[in-house]
Design a binder for this molecule. Structure first.
Ligand SMILES: Cc1cc2nc3c(=O)[nH]c(=O)nc-3n(C[C@H](O)[C@H](O)[C@H](O)COP(=O)(O)OP(=O)(O)OC[C@H]3O[C@@H](n4cnc5c(N)ncnc54)[C@H](O)[C@@H]3O)c2cc1C
Length: 390
């Protein structure tokens, strides 16, 4: 499903053009700068301007609000193609689009009209603020409080690990409007917070991988936000609103994993054909062939699981199980293929001059974000059991 006024063949043609543009952009503008920005852990601001021109900040935002209105399938293909080369830039628009999807699905008409066009152009961009120093998986134990005061709410608390927290200017922030509520999720509310007095960056966090994209601790100290920015206009819906975005969020992480698994395979194959030992390319040694075969099979299986979940999502069919399986398998495939790729590259895999080194540091994040893979497997099993009960 896409919200453009196209028939299926026109849509396929448009998608092919978009993917071709993305491929050319990745080779011309993304790959050449990856080494420098990753090593310097420097935010690639020039990519942001290019992403605005490409429409990526509005990729899944409805055309009615100035976005491209792309299907989840097309979106996943775009994400995979970028991540075949460098995963971090996808984080500039991925968590931004999760924030946008919360507004698109649950926002009031006024919120949609006010925020979505500005999200689509990238004028306002950011992500989601859920995690706190003492609460990640167990989001119902967050401490950030939002207290009503006249026409405003006053926010106090700390968020951490927030992607786009420094360079972004807007964040969907999960809070407690009723800290005593039981169950806790009934007292949780989501606010759209534009940066201003009382909303400051505590610090930029250093990371193993996924560098160049800022991850920040954010401090809210008597930060006032208008009650108009409470998503949906009703308290107590924040947890459900966040959970509602998880299917697309998981498809997105899965697409990153499938892209990385494919990227690692391509670079290992190319290197294996070039590098010689004992008088022949290492690709002719059976031990290397076994790795290449496993890597390509994992990458292809990951791609197919992502496609399956995205197609179901686009048909408005239930896809929590499929999105969970895709996220779990594709993220593990990215980790395994990065490690196998390192084996193929031998000693050179330890040099940042070779992209496989970055893949190995970037891939593990995919097992943590959008629900850790421990939790993911539990969710998959619970859904299997529930579906088999009828
Ligand atoms: C680079 C990066 C970017 C991030 N970006 C964002 C962002 O933009 N916005 C945001 O809100 N957050 C972000 N996060 C935070 C991320 O979502 C959390 O790290 C993640 O949800 C896990 O939470 P935690 O780190 O507190 O781990 P914990 O919840 O403390 O979990 C620790 C371990 O215990 C396991 N565990 C926990 N509970 C259970 C259980 N019931 N059963 C079995 N195992 C369990 C987990 O799987 C994990 O292995 C980011 C993190 C990183 C590293």
């Amino acid at each position: 499903m896409n919200d453009l006024d196209f028939n299926a063949s026109e849509y396929r043609e448009m998608e092919a053009q978009i993917l071709d543009t993305i491929d050319r952009w990745v080779e011309k503008d993304v790959r050449p700068i990856a080494l420098h920005f990753d090593q310097a852990d420097e935010y690639p601001l020039e990519l942001v301007e290019q992403m605005k021109e490409l429409g990526l900040f509005g990729a899944t935002i409805s055309q009615e609000y100035g976005g491209l209105g792309l299907s989840a399938t097309t979106y996943a293909r775009i994400v995979s193609r970028i991540c075949e080369v460098w995963m971090a830039p996808s984080g500039i628009f991925n968590s931004h689009l999760i924030m946008a999807s919360c507004v698109q699905r649950a926002g009031t008409a006024a919120q949609k009209a006010h925020f979505l066009p500005r999200f689509a152009t990238g004028e306002l961009r950011g992500g989601i603020g859920l995690t706190e120093p003492d609460a990640g998986t167990d989001l119902q134990s967050i401490r950030m409080v939002a207290q009503r005061d006249g026409d405003d709410y006053v926010l106090n608390g700390t968020k951490t690990w927030i992607s786009n927290g420094i360079k972004g200017n807007c964040l969907a922030v999960l809070t407690k409007t009723d800290p005593q509520a039981s169950p806790a999720h009934r007292g949780m509310s989501l606010f759209l917070c534009e940066k201003g007095e009382g909303f400051t960056v505590g610090k930029k966090l250093k990371k193993l991988g996924y560098r160049a994209i800022d991850s920040a601790e954010l401090i809210f100290q008597d930060f006032r936000v208008s009650a108009d920015n409470l998503i949906g206009g009703e308290e107590g819906k924040g947890f459900v609103q966040v959970a509602g975005g998880l299917e697309l969020g998981r498809i997105n992480i899965a697409a990153r994993g499938a892209g990385m698994a494919a990227g690692a395979t391509k670079m290992a194959l190319a290197y294996a054909k070039e590098r010689k030992t004992f008088g022949k390319p290492i690709a002719e040694h059976q031990a290397i062939q076994l790795k290449l075969a496993e890597m390509s099979t994992r990458a292809e299986a990951a791609r197919l699981l992502v496609e399956q979940a995205a197609v179901k999502f686009d048909k408005n069919e239930r896809c929590d199980l499929e999105a969970g399986q895709a996220k779990f398998f594709a993220s593990e495939a990215a980790v395994k293929n990065s490690l196998d790729g390192m084996r193929v590259f031998g000693g050179y895999s330890y040099s940042p001059e070779y992209e496989i080194e970055r893949f190995y540091r970037d891939a593990p994040l995919l097992c943590i974000g959008e629900g850790t893979n421990e939790i993911q497997r539990i969710i998959i099993a619970k859904q299997m059991i529930a579906r088999s009960d009828g």
